[in-house]
Design a protein around this ligand. Structure first.
Ligand code: T46
Length: 134
C-alpha cells in the first residue's frame, strides 16, 4: 500500500513556525470541510470505517496519535506527531485512530461535506467491496 505523507513547508523564524495549506498546491484536492478532534481519551479507538468517495488529509496540530490504515490486503500503522506533515487518506481505506496523547489536536481536511451514506462502517462489507473491485 502506498501511504502518502505530505511534507509541508514550515516557515519558521525566531517568532515560531507557520504552515500554510492551499487547495491543489500542497493539498491534493479542493477543501470543502474542515473538522478537528480534541479531548480524545488515550484508551479510545475511533474510526472503524472506510469511505466510498471521500478523500481527506489529517494533520496532528498538537500531540500525537496513531492511524491504522487497511486497504483490505495490507495494514499499515502510522504515527502522526509532526504538524508539518499531513497524512493523505484516499477512499476505500479502512481507518482506526488510537493512542491519542492527552493534548492531541487532530485536524482533518475533507474534499466533501459530511455525508453518512459515504461511510462503510461494517468491516466485512468493506472487505467484500474491495475484493470484489480488485
Ligand atoms: C474519518 C476520521 C478520520 C458530523 O456531524 N460532521 C462531520 O463532519 C463529522 C466528521 C462527524 N460528524 C458527527 C457524526 C458523529 O455523530 O460527529 C460524530 C463523530 O463522528 P465519527 O464517529 O464519524 O468520528 P470518527 O472520529 O470515528 O471519524 C472521523 C470522521 O467521521 C471520518 O470521516 O475519516 O474521523
Amino acid at each position: 500500500m502506498d501511504i502518502k505523507l505530505i511534507q509541508f513547508q514550515s516557515h519558521g523564524d525566531e517568532r515560531g513556525s507557520l504552515v500554510s495549506l492551499e487547495d491543489h498546491k500542497n493539498i491534493p484536492f479542493t477543501i470543502k470541510r474542515v473538522y478537528y478532534l480534541f479531548n480524545t481519551k488515550d484508551d479510545v479507538r475511533r474510526g472503524f470505517h472506510a469511505h466510498k468517495k471521500l478523500k481527506q488529509l489529517a494533520v496532528v496540530l498538537k500531540g500525537s496519535c496513531r492511524f491504522l490504515l487497511d486497504d483490505g490486503k495490507e495494514k499499515i500503522d502510522i504515527l502522526l506527531d509532526n504538524p508539518s506533515q499531513g497524512l493523505y487518506i484516499e477512499s476505500f481505506l479502512w481507518r482506526e485512530m488510537y493512542d491519542f496523547s492527552e493534548d492531541c489536536v487532530l485536524l482533518v481536511l475533507a474534499d466533501s461535506f459530511y455525508d453518512e451514506s459515504d461511510y462503510i462502517r461494517d468491516y466485512q462489507d468493506f472487505i467484500e467491496i474491495v475484493n470484489h473491485d480488485s
